[in-house]
Design a protein around this ligand. Sequence first.
Ligand code: AMP
Length: 125
Amino acid sequence: MPYTYDDQNIFAKILRGEIPNDTVLETDHALAFRDITPQAPHHVLVIPKGPYVSFDHLAKEGSDAEIAGWTRAVGQVCQMLGVSVDSGDGYRLICNSGAHGVQEVPHLHAHILGGRHMGRMISKS
Ligand code: AMP
């Protein structure tokens, strides 16, 4: 089954400027903004500007420039937040994907969570 992208999802609306956001970084291929319901002192979402539903969608159909641009933006935001491994205390990077990944917004986004110890990765609930 092909990937289907819903251009009415809330992150598509943010990209079109229809909904405000708290921007941290904007590049040619990515937008990073603060999560509206932060789960940690630092909680930033990094999205590609292209219409990709999930990580696997970008990896399969994105151009090298889009993949590199989004990946670089994630790393740049880690540096900006002061959580990178070279100069900070680290972070958790999450891409919830699809039904079993409990993805709520169907536009690829990486959660960068930091500023506190994040605990063990997965609970069984
Ligand atoms: P996920 O479950 O991985 O799809 O997470 C979606 C995330 O988007 C949640 O952490 C929400 O708090 C966040 N979110 C939803 N709407 C907005 C918005 N308008 N601005 C910033 N973050 C949002």
